[in-house]
Write a protein that binds this ligand. Sequence first.
Ligand code: CAA
Length: 283
Amino acid sequence: MEIKRVMVVGAGQMGAGIAQVCAQSGLKVQLNDNNAVALERGMQTIQKLLDRSVLKKRITEQEKLETLQRLSVSETLQDASKANLIIEAVIENMEVKTNIFRQLDVIAPADAILASNTSSLPITEIAAVTDRPEQVIGMHFMNPVPVMKLVEIIRGLQTSDQTYQIIEDMAKKLSKTPIAVNDFPGFVSNRILMPMINEAIYTLYEGIASVEDIDTSMKLGMNHPMGPLTLADFIGLDTCLYIMEVLHEGFADSKYRPCPLLRQYVKAGWLGKKSGKGFYVYN
Ligand code: CAA
């Protein structure tokens, strides 16, 4: 099966980015959200990024218009009846995700693939609420989606080889580099990234260095594009804490215990860039 029509469920930063890259690579895409305001905001973000790409001469005005023509909006999951791939990118909450997958399983064509952009929830558990677990898979994009090349493709316990192959081919069509990952907590990227960020927060908590110096250490010492504390603010401190908890609980290993300072910041509502304050202050 060749993927031609995609629905992206969830018009937040990740969903809008996924819809954009799919439309730019020639696929018909519906961006779905039950919140009209979020949908409008998602479409505006795509429009702005495409305008910038025209300005930077990465694409032509004609290519931008063609991309926008391939994109449509949808406020009901019923529209999934026309898609052969549905990529879910809603909040990291198992109940919300399984509720969507249950509905999609009924609405989507029998041969459609259901993918989740989850950064840490088990694909096997999401797949188990459907009658097509062999057609359920993880497709974890990185933020910002239009810029980052990696897609983790996560095989649930029951994901078929055929589903894996279709999604791997599709990720390549999006000009992304796929990696094959088995379904264990944090997959690969967050299993490695989050303990590093957590350790950077411990370094601050223990008074070993300042926020700026910790970031400088990794930027100039290891050539990371962002220091770990800047990156934590960029990802969202609530998300970082959530993923650390998934690792801690999933492996029952104290090496993944979240730093108390991270917990305290999240309790204070200091969530990073999106809330205006985290390790840095944002205007
Ligand atoms: N959406 C689309 N494009 C964006 C963007 C966004 N949100 N932010 C930046 N860009 C583009 C810019 O438009 C710019 O391109 P042009 O100037 O050619 O148009 C290019 O990226 C570089 O941006 P900047 O010059 O503004 O800044 P920069 O050089 O510092 O790059 C960055 C920004 C790409 C975000 C870079 O800092 C970076 O790679 N940071 C690390 C990002 C990272 O690690 N992401 C993974 C997060 S973890 C995750 O996603 C998984 C998870 O589950 C938590």
